[in-house]
Design a protein around this ligand. Sequence first.
Ligand SMILES: Cc1cc2nc3c(=O)[nH]c(=O)nc-3n(C[C@H](O)[C@H](O)[C@H](O)COP(=O)(O)OP(=O)(O)OC[C@H]3O[C@@H](n4cnc5c(N)ncnc54)[C@H](O)[C@@H]3O)c2cc1C
Length: 450
Amino acid sequence: MNHSPWIEDLPNRQPYSTTTTQADVVVVGGGISGICTAYSVLSTTALSVMVMDSNRIASGATGHNAGHVVAEFERTHKSILAEFGEIKTFNTYHMLANAWSLLKIMCARHTKLVVTKSYSGYIQSSVVLEDLEYLYSLRQRNISCKSVFLFPNHEYLSWIPERYRRFCKVVSNRTFDSLIHNSNIRYTAILKKKRGLMNSALFTENIAAFLLKKYSNRFFISEHDSVQKVSVGEDVATIYANSGEKRASYVVLCTNGYTLPELECDTDKTLQVANPNTITPVAGYMVGYEYGKRRASQPIIGIHNLKLNIDDTNLRTHSLDFSFLYLSERFRHSHALLVAGGLESASSTKDSTEVLALHANRAYAALDHIVKSTMDYQFLPPAPTYGWYGLMGYTQNMVRIVGKEPLCTRLIYNIGCNGNGILPAVASGDRIAGILRGRELEPTVFDVGQ
Ligand SMILES: Cc1cc2nc3c(=O)[nH]c(=O)nc-3n(C[C@H](O)[C@H](O)[C@H](O)COP(=O)(O)OP(=O)(O)OC[C@H]3O[C@@H](n4cnc5c(N)ncnc54)[C@H](O)[C@@H]3O)c2cc1C
């Protein structure tokens, strides 16, 4: 079963197609990265854009995620800082903070969607000091983060250095337990921070519909149109797809990265990112419980650093610097929907649908067991209402790649979208529009070839 509630919410429509054979910019891949790239290019330049997708737009990871909007990496601040240095790291945080504003504008003006805002991210406190240091450094650089740690009693505060205490607040044990739906004493603190929830597939679909209407003379979408090869010459790129050949001045790859068309450039050197091993697919599994009771006055998100005993060698929790199970609760069609994820299996593009589905059934059972045995949820149905999975494209350092191919500057990457890809997709679409406008851009951790 791969039954995503986000895909279920998409309108039933005929596939988009076009007879156009050339555009200034061809975007390969119509997930959130591709459509946000199209949005930023169309709204800030006079260039024409064609998005091509081998399936339906938003049907990839964009339609199969957890929908948490977070300005975070799946690595600690400390390790990002150590690898990329201060300038690139804080430029990137600024870029993600700006993406929050852009996302808000896109939602409010062009879709009927709201990003359900919640400042309640709940996390076990084993990393409290490191996170406090991170918050402190953000605030020193005027980067909006709106975060605070909640502690159930005063004792814990004694080990927190004075300069961090203004980010900490004491709440009653009862409030603390009710916020994380868990009275497990291992949780010594809760991080309350800026987060959001959204259906990124519906967002992508609505933005695409808006762009087709507003820029009808220079925006085109071709669905069910797989791109097999991109050949980039000095002045023009040729795109070989199911529907035939297309021409473009620039090609932006937004395929998530674990699949890339064959790339050919008039250089005798190997392209920096073209190696198929640069980005590997990882399958992420999710379950969703729909239940009738509205049990919280506002949606919440929980991220719990649970120690999970998984008796299945095919499954793992995500880890580089840490591992976690993520939970969110939102209201959808007047029901509460609890979503849990965090189990993964290393995949390969050769994985058949059956293999992924086999892992999926085990993953759903394991997630169901974890949710029911560790959380204080009393209203859940006996089995999850939804179970779904999607593929994430992981670079080796878990940081996406955004920018021009150094050896072939008509080829632009926006790939390696990993597990925290929603806000970075908005941010990198905007960055690619900046590149096409010829703007001098501040260096970030996403830059190609570092
Ligand atoms: C289980 C799971 C949970 C996640 N949870 C979160 C979360 O809570 N928060 C968050 O921020 N992120 C999350 N993510 C990650 C996020 O969903 C992705 O980073 C994001 O959706 C990537 O968008 P994309 O447009 O780059 O890729 P995709 O949505 O995968 O789109 C790529 C598109 O390219 C097309 N394509 C590929 N090759 C070709 C080709 N040769 N020709 C034409 N088209 C092609 C595909 O059909 C696809 O539609 C999660 C992902 C998964 C799988």
